[in-house]
Write a protein that binds this ligand. Structure first.
Ligand SMILES: [Zn+2]
Length: 391
């Protein structure tokens, strides 16, 4: 049994007050409904704030049990579309656009509940999300054009699209977005067209019935291999192909390096790097970290296992022996930092500083390099610099 159409309104001096009162009231209502053997379905709930302002969608929320309900710019009740300024100018035709990938192709769809019209499109799976979103919004504007006497609200979950519409960048690399801006410009400049289409952002996958509906249509078209001929018509912008090619080149390069590291022969290169430090990230480990160049340099050398210590130099036949001056046959990072007897007195400060940071021996340079632990690397760097140890 369903009990529909319950509205709970609260007022308050500010939004947090009104929301807190609302949550308490919903709690009381839920308790009462439970005593009647009824339950509240949080997924079907909607929240709207009437304060005469443009509250961005998703900027406020209420909690009901485990669910969060975000505010929407409009809410439909008994067939009337309420907007947050109570202007009722949104009581118009809504068009929802959506996009989904499913291996075979990228499916997109729009859906206009009032007109009961829909269109689904599929493009090459290499289309960027932005292209797909622009394409579907672009198509909704063609629908708008067919009905000059009606008002339309175009609802999309693409924030990138809405942001570009609000602040178009001077040089656009997406022809579908260029077309959208051109079409919007025509509407805005045409005095004989009384209704300009409005764009609205709706949060994705929050249970909005119409948005879920269009998601389903887009999903079906993405799965359907017979829609592939659309690819021939909806051409991809060059930027999307560049992105896709760059992705492919990245994957190929990583695979080639990995093959070299995994040969299992003595001529393998990068074996240690791949097993210890490799993360499939396009930005280097020091991205966004303010570090002196000398630290970046020695850390990179250490991670690559190509450095100025005996073990590495001997490996590439630059020295006759991998030995340290102390007589040990392995002149490497861990040796000079923690073991070499010639540096025993020197490393007191180093080990004290690391202990103060909570590290207990035995230490291992790989631990600090792999994360990487920046403060610890700075401590090690001070030691290397102070005793003129060239890496
Ligand atoms: Zn030594």
């Amino acid at each position: 049994m369903y009990a529909d159409d319950i509205v709970i309104c609260t007022t308050g001096s500010d939004i947090p007050n009104a929301i807190s009162l609302l949550e308490r009231t919903i709690g009381n209502t839920a308790t009462y409904l439970t005593s009647l053997g009824l339950d509240i379905c949080a997924q079907k709930m909607e929240l709207i704030i009437f304060n005469g302002k443009n509250n961005p969608p998703g900027s406020e929320s209420i909690r009901i049990g485990d669910s969060t309900i975000y505010n929407s710019p409009t809410v439909k009740f008994l067939g009337v579309l309420f907007d947050q300024k109570l202007k009722f100018d949104h009581h118009v035709n809504e068009v929802y656009g959506s996009k989904l990938e499913d291996g075979v192709s990228t499916g997109m769809a729009w859906f206009c509940p009032e007109l009961e019209r829909t269109e689904s499109i599929s493009v090459n799976v290499q289309a960027s999300i932005f292209t797909a979103e622009c394409l579907v919004v672009n198509r909704t504007l063609d629908l708008v054009k067919e009905y000059p006497n009606r008002s339309f609200s175009i609802c999309t979950d693409s924030l990138a699209c809405i942001n570009t519409l609000q602040n178009p960048v001077r040089k656009l690399s997406n022809k579908y977005m260029e077309e959208i801006l051109e079409k919007v410009k025509i509407y805005n400049e045409a005095n004989h067209l009384p209704h300009k289409p409005k764009f609205m952002w709706v949060p994705a996958h929050t249970g909005l019935t119409d948005n879920e509906e269009v998601d389903k249509i887009a999903k079906d078209v993405a799965k359907d291999a017979t829609t592939i001929p659309h690819h021939l018509y909806w051409k991809l912008p060059a930027a999307d192909i560049r992105i896709s090619m760059a992705e492919q080149m990245w994957d190929d390069a990583i695979a080639a390096w990995r093959r070299k590291a995994d040969t299992g022969h003595c001529n393998s290169t990068g074996t240690k790097y791949f097993s210890t430090y490799f993360q499939n990230k396009k930005k280097p480990w020091f991205d966004g970290i303010k570090l002196p160049r000398n630290i970046i340099t020695w850390v990179c050398r250490a991670r690559a296992n190509h450095h100025n210590l005996g073990e590495s130099l001997h490996k590439i036949n630059l020295t006759n022996s991998p030995m340290c001056q102390c007589g040990t046959n392995k002149h490497n990072f861990n040796h000079i930092l923690w073991q070499c007897t010639l540096l025993e007195q020197h490393r007191k400060q180093l080990t004290n500083d690391l202990r103060r940071k909570g590290w207990q021996s035995p230490w291992n340079i790989e631990t600090f390099l792999s994360k990487p632990c920046i403060n610890e690397l700075k401590i090690i760097s001070r030691f290397l610099q102070k005793y003129n140890i060239s890496i």
